[in-house]
Design a protein around this ligand. Structure first.
Ligand code: B12
Length: 208
């Protein structure tokens, strides 16, 4: 029987091969993709997040963990999509112009997918124009913007203004380590969430 605790442990250790191997085994044993995501991948990344915020581990460990999560997620994603019924909503997500941080954004995207959303991920360094163009083209309900640098936070407001100027009726959620509810209120975003789990709750509430 595939051990989901061992999967979480492989994510924590950044052991890509073991993470992929257990994910494959779990899928072939017909363990639900949602359970594999929650009890394996997300459980592992939660530990990484906590250890990181306590300064017990550093950037390389976070990157290794994220890489093994990505490897396992590549196997899990098609199954999550198959298992999901109609998408709960369509979300466009990206990291703002000038910012290369994507670990948190990817986590939010993965959790949203796990919760049944269709997610279009524009990656990092995304200009306001590209957000607007893609929000229009993909007819999304929600736009999620991530920023990890105080110097790139103003690009969130520029993106928000560009979306409004284009007349798009989308809800805008923002997040990232330096972002706060107060900042979201100040720039007129529809919501802020401090972590991926709360981002999912917020997105669900907003499309309901
Ligand atoms: C990993 C990391 C990097 C990696 C990024 C790799 C990658 N692929 O992402 C690398 C090494 C490349 C990097 C580079 C830099 N970094 Co850096 N980096 C970090 C670090 C250590 C961790 C960030 C992270 O991944 N956290 C883990 C994730 C899971 O958490 P998170 O991102 O906060 O995301 C969660 C929530 O915020 C929320 N969330 C995130 N996005 C969204 C979006 C929405 C819509 C919602 C609702 C929620 C949400 O949910 C997520 C999951 O729970 C932080 C330190 C920190 N304390 O944050 C510094 C940090 C962000 N970096 C910093 C700096 C200065 C830089 C550099 C400028 C360094 C340099 N001199 O070159 C460059 C900038 C490069 C660039 N142009 O972007 C500073 C920023 C300081 C500031 N106030 O602006 C920090 C705070 C470190 C520090 N203490 O000095 N960095």
């Amino acid at each position: 029987m595939a051990d989901l605790k061992a999967l979480a442990e492989a994510i924590i250790k950044g052991d890509q091969n073991t993470a992929a191997q257990i994910t494959r085994a779990a899928l072939s044993e017909r363990i639900s993709p949602k359970r594999i995501l929650d009890e394996g991948l997300v459980a592992g990344m939660e530990v990484i997040g906590k250890r990181f915020s306590r300064n017990e581990i550093f950037i390389p460990e976070v990157l290794f963990a994220a890489r093994s999560m990505k490897a396992a997620m590549a196997l899990l994603e098609p199954e999550l999509l198959k298992a999901g019924v109609e998408p709960v909503g369509r979300v466009l997500i990206g990291t703002v112009k000038g910012d290369q941080h994507d670990i948190g954004k990817n986590l939010v995207a993965m959790m949203l997918k796990g919760a049944g959303f269709e997610v279009i991920d524009l990656g990092t360094d995304v200009s306001p124009d590209r957000f607007v163009e893609q929000a229009k083209a993909k007819q999304v309900h929600v736009v999620g913007i991530s920023a990890l640098l105080t110097t790139t936070m103003p690009a969130m407001e520029r993106t928000l203004m560009a979306l409004k100027a284009a007349g798009l009726s989308v809800k805008v959620l923002i997040g990232g380590a330096p972002v706060t509810q107060a900042y979201a209120d100040k720039i007129g975003a529809d919501g802020f969430a401090p972590n991926a789990a709360e981002a999912v709750d917020l997105a669900k509430r907003i499309v309901a």
